[in-house]
Design a protein around this ligand. Structure first.
Ligand code: GUN
Length: 286
């Protein structure tokens, strides 16, 4: 039976460490860290994600004003809001929750966020730094996965990591982070032939394809570490990952559950990125 990698407990521990950091740094900086989480429209899933992010900020002492823009907002209105926070010295990080309503240009929005406040790591300047292996802000889910692997003492260097999914939010930055840590990396996607043949070679398998319970034991090498990034609600109302959990448990060496795996780590990492940006802005470098 696989070891269950408890992202929820680790995220709680990280939040405690973050609260201590914020408490010790705020008097030196003369202010707490600040994160602007911008929600455009009323997508119910986005609402839940944003509310969890804001709650986590309040828990560790990060100033996090609520910014809710109407679903009918124009690209210009969103850009103006971002510009206000780019100039606001109380704000270290800006996050615009995706997806955006169809009339709002995602490209223009992501480009508008000042790279030093880009806690999602989606700005081309930060993506370029990641490609070059230079320090910069890195997307929260992939960075959170690296933290979970490191804190669980799972080695990365020299392993074969296979990522299923090539999104900007997870697949691509995940591949680069693992490569920068000396893994041999394979990226698979919807056009990959004989997916199980490739995933069975993985020492670390990251499932981020967005197809509930599609990764079964046939896709997994005995003893592999399986990271499940998927999250969707089944017809029975239960949350499901991209991995068929009970099946994978029989062959994997270690596995993240859904819920309680990668989701809480993503939020903990958003706060890490915000604290990193705050240290950069206030000169309180580690
Ligand atoms: N939507 C789903 N995941 C994310 C994320 O990591 N950041 C943002 N901004 N939106 C998302």
């Amino acid at each position: 039976m696989a070891e269950i990698l408890d992202g929820k407990s680790l995220a709680s521990l990280i939040h405690e460490e973050q609260a201590e950091k914020v408490q010790s740094l705020s008097p030196k900086a003369g202010r707490p860290p600040g994160l602007a989480v911008i929600l455009v429209g009323e997508d119910p899933a986005s609402h839940t994600y944003v509310s969890n992010k804001r709650k986590a900020c309040h828990r560790v002492g990060i100033y996090a004003p609520d910014i809710n823009l109407p679903a009918s907002s124009s690209t210009e209105a969103v850009l103006e809001t971002i510009d206000g926070f780019n100039r606001d010295p109380a704000i270290d990080g800006i996050l615009v929750q995706l997806p955006l309503p169809p009339q709002v240009s995602k490209e223009q929005v992501l480009l508008k966020i000042s790279p030093d406040k880009d806690v999602d790591g989606f700005h081309p300047a930060n993506l370029g730094r990641l490609v070059a292996g230079e320090p910069g802000l890195v997307a929260c889910t992939p960075r959170g996965i690296i933290t979970l692997l490191d804190r669980s003492h799972i080695p990365i260097s020299g392993t074969h990591a296979v990522i299923v999914g090539r999104s900007l939010i997870v697949g691509k930055p995940m591949a680069l982070l693992l490569l920068n840590r000396d893994a041999t990396v394979t990226i698979c996607h919807s056009k990959t032939h004989d997916l199980p043949h490739i995933t069975r070679q993985a020492d670390i398998l990251v499932a981020a394809l967005g197809r509930p319970e599609s990764i079964t034991r046939e896709f997994i090498k005995q003893g592999a570490t399986v990271i499940d990034v998927g999250i969707s609600r089944g017809l029975d109302g239960k949350l499901k990952g991209d991995v068929l959990f009970e099946d994978a448990l029989q062959v994997a060496g270690a596995i993240t559950p859904v819920p309680g795996g990668i989701g809480p780590m993503t939020i903990a990492t958003l706060l890490d990125n915000t604290i990193d940006a705050y240290r950069n802005h206030t000169g309180l470098i580690k």
